[in-house]
Design a protein around this ligand. Structure first.
Ligand code: CA
Ligand code: CA
Length: 184
């Protein structure tokens, strides 16, 4: 955050024609396109493939209406927003930005890597998340989320993808009509 502020100040000085000899020392690193230094490893600077959701009507957890969303960490981190079920989170990335100030999870693979989920459907479409890819409805359920609800999972065993706990465990999504399963 400190470096970003510093770059912004330098860019303003440059555009206003006020760049002095002393400030120019910091200029080359500061003046790259988009405010990103060459070699900047921050996720914000590393990719341009984000999908903005700002114009969409939002329901819960920054999740666009009609979607089932999974988040890298909290609801302001990057998400992947599913409209339909998905048999394999291993070929999906957190590709949607939810807050300009939070780059957590950007571009990372979704499989075994999510801490939160939201269901922004208004119909009776429950989000059922499974431990394994290519699940059937009889496969082990990690958890499910009711329509218009969200869940931020509490800390558990801390090991991703080991079939224990709920954080960093979801690998697939099946959308089911309202069931008797107890969901978040
Ligand atoms: Ca997928
Ligand atoms: Ca675990």
């Amino acid at each position: 955050m400190i470096s970003r502020t510093r770059r912004t100040v330098a860019a303003v000085a440059l555009s206003a024609g006020l760049l002095s000899g002393a400030l120019a020392v910091a200029g080359p690193a500061a003046a790259a396109p988009g405010g990103c230094k060459t070699g900047d490893k921050s996720k914000r600077c590393a990719t341009t493939s984000s999908v903005r959701t700002g114009a969409t009507t939002l329901a819960v957890g920054n999740c666009p209406s009609g979607h089932h969303c999974v988040y890298y960490s909290d609801f302001s981190s990057w998400s992947h927003n599913y409209f339909d079920g998905d048999q394999n989170f291993g070929n999906d990335t957190f590709n949607t930005e939810n807050s300009l100030s939070n780059t957590n999870g950007q571009g990372q693979i979704v499989d075994n890597n999510s801490w939160a989920a939201a269901n922004s459907t208004s119909a009776n479409r429950e989000s059922h998340y499974y431990y394994s890819i290519n699940p059937s409805t009889s496969s082990r359920l990690v958890f499910c989320v009711n329509p218009n609800r969200q869940v931020y999972l509490p800390e558990d065993d801390g090991i991703a993808g080991n079939g224990v706990g709920k954080r960093d465990e979801v690998s697939a999504l099946i959308i089911r009509n309202r069931t008797s399963v107890v969901c978040f």
